[in-house]
Design a protein around this ligand. Structure first.
Ligand SMILES: Nc1nc2c(c(=O)[nH]1)N[C@H]1C(S)=C(S)[C@@H](COP(=O)(O)O)O[C@H]1N2
Ligand SMILES: [Mo]
Length: 433
């Protein structure tokens, strides 16, 4: 069960990694127990316990600043040091917006969303991808074969979790409390899913794919899958849907799906199956784990906050809505001087962005940002605008994107049971000295 943690505690892993002393002081409360350095008590103890999912019987012996091994999860998380841990089992971590400032997200800063465990073996050698179900010729392919037999393409593609922004819904929906950082845009190198499906020969009654990965279910039961979602066959055949074996010109990090993953830009991140082993073509909408109930589905009509909605009134989320993110300045930062370059990205599923506007007066007036074209379809678009502040004080910088169909970001979005699709205007607080 997820525990709702206040933002500082939520970021404890990053907090410890960045500033062990400050974290130590805040969490271990050395002031009250000066001679018991590292004595975990009160809220600090409760928080640590919540993150670990259990009480810590020997907490009195824990050295100050120690990151419990369960949280550190050795090398894997070390490679993701700047991220904020939302849950360690399954491991979920988001990127603070200011670490998304570069036009392309680095592997180190790319968020992690797992529904189950991490496969023990992620070697490219010996990896096998099966294409079966309603095809003329079922295929079993090595990664080397994919590279040899199909055109290899490199595209910058956005992956965003459909639950990004869930933290801001009230009443709070269950699940990982993503704020802004369940999104990234990296270069992925791979082959087009459609080329591989065409080679297998898609039978005419196929309506959906069923995507399967190698990650184990947390129960340890080998017959259960943590997640198996699918794509409409139309989306599966889109030009920018990749079977990727590289991320930013190097191996995909283990946590992001090494050695092979799907990348489906513009649709819920859950469509981008990691550690991909099988694509099964079906003549029905796929009914694997996380395809039904409230998973990645929203009510067909607006509902009141907290309202119960019968399962038959939900529909599967397809494209994600228009959205923008401010990556500079960082929120709660101090600005000295009279102006600052406001920068960020904007994206809209299956569409492009037409304009981005920025406001510093709570939306009373907007000025347009300089907007770059996407490096390719499926990439986010970078934007910037130097903003001058009329006088010292507290400001909020807001950004609002409008897409090629004229859809624009709302100031707040209606509640839904799982807190999906939050594309409200991004607001960043700054103090101008
Ligand atoms: N095999 C597998 N693939 C998966 C998941 C998973 O738990 N297992 N999580 C999905 C979800 S919900 C998201 S948002 C993206 C996140 O990709 P990332 O962890 O590389 O950022 O992976 C998707 N692919
Ligand atoms: Mo997700």
């Amino acid at each position: 069960m997820m525990t709702r943690l206040p933002p500082m505690q939520k970021g404890m892993f990053a907090f410890f990694a960045a500033d062990p002393e400050a974290a130590d002081k805040a969490v271990f409360d050395r002031e009250s127990y000066p001679d018991r350095r590292g004595f975990l008590r009160g809220a600090g103890l409760a928080t640590m316990g919540a993150l670990l999912g259990a009480a810590i019987p020997f907490h009195r012996n824990m050295p100050a600043g120690l990151i419990p091994a369960a949280l550190a999860d050795a090398e894997l998380l070390k490679a993701k040091e700047g991220l904020v841990l939302l849950n360690d089992r399954p491991m979920n971590a988001e990127t603070p917006p200011h670490l998304l400032d570069s036009p392309i997200t680095t592997n180190e800063n790319f968020f992690v969303r797992n529904n189950g465990g991490i496969p023990a073996n992620t070697d490219a050698d010996g990896w096998e991808l099966t294409i079966d179900g309603l095809v003329d010729n079922p295929l079993s392919l090595s990664i080397a074969y994919l590279k040899e037999q199909f055109e290899v393409v490199k595209l910058a593609l956005v992956i965003e979790c459909a639950g990004n922004g869930r933290f801001f819904f009230s009443p709070p929906p269950g699940g990982n409390q993503w704020t802004y950082g369940g999104v990234g845009c990296a270069y992925f190198t791979g082959v087009r899913l459609r080329d591989v499906l065409n080679k297998a020969g898609v039978k005419k009654d196929v309506v959906y794919t069923a995507n399967v990965g190698a990650d184990p279910h947390l129960s340890g039961d080998p017959d259960r899958l943590p997640i198996s979602r699918g794509l409409t066959i139309e989306k599966a055949m889109a030009e920018d849907v990749l079977l990727a074996f590289e991320m930013n010109d190097t191996e995909i990090p283990v946590l992001n799906g090494r050695p092979l993953r799907l990348v489906v830009s513009g649709w819920p991140g859950s469509c981008s199956q990691k550690w991909l082993t099988r694509i099964w073509l079906r003549d029905v909408v796929h009914d694997g784990p996380k395809m039904g109930g409230t998973s990645y589905r929203v009510p067909r009509y607006p509902v009141a906050p907290g309202q119960d909605v019968p399962p038959e009134d939900f529909e599967i989320i397809e494209r994600l809505p228009v959205k923008s993110l401010i990556t500079n300045p960082a929120t709660k930062s101090d600005v000295s001087g009279k102006s600052v370059e406001v920068r960020g990205h904007a994206w809209s599923g299956d569409r492009t962005i037409k304009s981005v506007d920025v406001s510093i007066d709570f939306g009373a007036s907007w000025t347009s940002a300089e907007l770059a074209a996407p490096v390719n379809f499926g990439a986010w678009q970078n934007w910037k605008r130097t903003i001058a502040f009329p006088q010292a004080g507290y400001y909020e910088v807001w950004s609002r994107a409008t897409d090629s169909e004229g859809a624009t970001q709302p100031s707040a979005i209606p509640w839904n049971p799982k807190g999906y699709l939050n594309n409200a205007i991004h607001r960043v607080a700054v103090n101008v000295a």
